[in-house]
Design a protein around this ligand. Structure first.
Ligand SMILES: [Cu+2]
Length: 279
């Protein structure tokens, strides 16, 4: 096979990779973890769309630039007696290769800015959850209903992670991604999250929501989510916060609104019973 044929075969063989990356259904399954997950909130979808547009643009540019480069290296090689052209500094060409990238960047900046503005807009929130990071757990205050709880790594994971536990981590379900108290949230509700910390800097991150927020002592960071699909979504602390940074997972359970309301009622009742027992 000649070199040119080999090059053509190599180019054709990488096409399925791009097709796979651009195929939405495969991405949704996230079969091989090749692409950005779509998430379950409006702006996780925006981020995903933006990512796909940029991926498409850089793929075209990459194929174009490398294609031209490899073609030049092959067609104008020294062994064929190629002579370099003597001309240089073509103003028109230089203007074109400056202006085209400029337009591409501006074209990308417009939807990127729109997505960022949307992310910051917490107006019209129907409920608020305050998230406080501690070494090494999370506190959740449902500001509107008064439910307050701590959530830390599940005992099954915590035990298995100890040196000499004798437990094979792969035998533990959702190893390091399971908690004792799950954060229950209603579906299709605009939820405002206030993120802060009580000791060092942590970061609250659930990839399916499409964002992460630093939890900084003395500061309150705002963000929001309107989760489209019921289900369980997992995340972790995303800021190096100390020796157990890797052991403060987050688990969100998104349920129908009715189910959420009865969960809140149950939680309040439990707290009341506990308080009465104390007195
Ligand atoms: Cu942390």
């Amino acid at each position: 096979m000649t070199l040119s044929k080999k090059l053509i075969v190599a180019c054709i063989s990488i096409i399925p990779t791009f097709v796979l990356a651009l195929e939405p259904e495969n991405v949704n399954d996230n079969k091989w973890g090749l692409n950005l997950p779509k998430g379950v909130t409006p702006f996780s979808q925006d981020i995903y769309d933006l990512h796909m547009i940029v991926l498409f643009i850089v793929t075209i540019i990459g194929v174009g630039v490398f294609g031209a480069m490899f073609y030049a290296m092959y067609a104008f090689r020294k062994s064929k007696g190629a002579q370099a052209e003597a001309w240089h500094e073509n103003h028109i060409v230089e203007a074109i290769w400056t202006v085209i990238p400029l337009f591409i960047l501006v074209g990308i900046a417009v939807p990127a800015t729109e997505a960022l503005i949307k992310m910051e807009d917490v107006s019209g929130s129907e409920m608020t959850v305050k998230v406080t990071g501690y070494q090494w757990m999370w506190q959740y205050d449902y500001v509107d209903s008064g439910v307050s709880m701590y959530s830390k790594i599940a005992e099954s994971s915590n035990f298995a992670r100890q040196r000499g536990s004798g437990v094979d981590p792969s035998s533990v379900d959702n190893y390091l991604l399971e908690v004792d108290q799950v954060v229950v949230l209603p579906v299709d509700t605009k939820i405002r999250f206030l993120t802060t910390a009580a000791d060092v800097i942590h970061a609250w991150w659930v990839p399916a929501l499409g964002w992460k927020r630093d939890a900084i002592p003395g500061f309150i960071n705002e963000s929001w989510a309107k989760i489209k699909k019921t289900g369980i979504y997992r995340g972790q602390c995303a800021e190096l916060c100390g020796k157990d940074h890797g052991f403060m997972p987050i688990v969100i359970k998104v349920v129908e609104k009715d189910e959420f309301n009865s969960w809140v009622a149950q939680k309040l009742e439990d707290t009341e019973t506990r308080n009465l027992a104390k007195n």
